[in-house]
Design a protein around this ligand. Structure first.
Ligand SMILES: [Zn+2]
Length: 279
């Protein structure tokens, strides 16, 4: 089963969002765990959550994926910044658990000049403060494009963070086609090699979500600008190869392309049309 969805707003509630998603043939979705600028979180509406859960069951909807706000920095050397990231993660994991969300995607952070190794340790330290025996939402570290001082743009860096976390079984990975390509992984011309490398270093068992975006920038550019499917450097063939790859099963594929619902609807139709019958 391949789940396909997009990043959407849940400002009008979970049930409405699931309904909207199903209308355009999505069977998974991603949304911000709170305002992307990180301001305080809205109270949960338990009736809405219950109704959304029922609807998801009815529709055979896949797992829900939340994305942590962009502003938090788990790798920061500044105590107040790092502490804020820790508090947001703790609060949101608890809220997401109540809402029946399976995964929370987070960027590993920026080392801001302190070096990759420092950033890796700091991110792992933060996760070690946040994850407890009770945590039942899996944290997905996102593979980055390597812009500026971003941590986590190689498989080795992601693996190093995971290995430093005590509850490493509660940590998975979210890849992003645009980030992979810009970080130097040639998924356009050498997808099999890249996937083999990923499998050896991290393992597909940890891949729970995959952001599906074309890229405005070329291989290894260390830039992060998403493009609509087929309009960028990757091209439709790349997505066809990914969707039909035998390792891509039980993964939530999430569009984060420029545009709104009408664009997503077209792109989801396009992606579904690329899936071969025997998949
Ligand atoms: Zn992200």
């Amino acid at each position: 089963m391949v789940y396909i969805g997009a990043h959407i707003s849940i400002s009008e509630g979970y049930e409405k969002a699931v309904k909207q998603a199903a209308d355009i043939e999505r069977n998974t979705m991603q949304f911000f765990s709170r305002n992307p600028r990180g301001s305080s979180a809205k109270a949960l509406n338990f009736n809405d959550i219950k109704r959304a859960e029922n609807l998801r069951k009815e529709l055979n909807f896949g797992p829900l994926v939340a994305h942590a706000p962009y502003v938090i920095n788990l790798a920061s050397h500044k105590e107040n910044v790092w502490h804020f990231a820790k508090v947001v993660m703790e609060e949101d994991l608890e809220r997401l658990s109540t809402a029946g969300v399976s995964y929370m995607v987070v960027h590993p952070g920026n080392h801001v000049g302190k070096g990759i190794e420092y950033g890796i340790q700091r991110t792992a330290d933060c996760l070690n403060e946040v994850l407890t025996e009770e945590t039942d939402v899996m944290v997905l570290l996102e593979g980055m494009a390597g812009v500026g001082t971003e941590v986590g743009y190689t498989f080795e860096q992601l693996k190093e963070i995971i290995e430093k976390v005590d509850y490493e079984e509660k940590v998975g990975v979210c890849l992003d086609t645009c980030h992979l390509y810009c970080a130097g992984y040639d998924i356009r011309d050498n997808l099999n090699d890249v996937f083999e490398e990923f499998d050896e270093i991290i393992g597909f068992g940890r891949l729970k979500a995959f952001h599906i975006n074309d890229s405005k920038n070329p291989l290894g550019s260390r830039k992060d600008r998403h493009e609509n499917i087929g309009d960028g450097e990757l091209g439709i063939k790349t997505f066809e190869n990914i969707l039909n790859h035998p390792k891509i099963i039980d993964v939530s594929l999430i569009l984060e392309t420029p545009g709104k619902v009408d664009v997503y609807e077209k792109e989801i139709k396009l992606l579904r049309s690329l899936i071969k019958e025997n998949k």
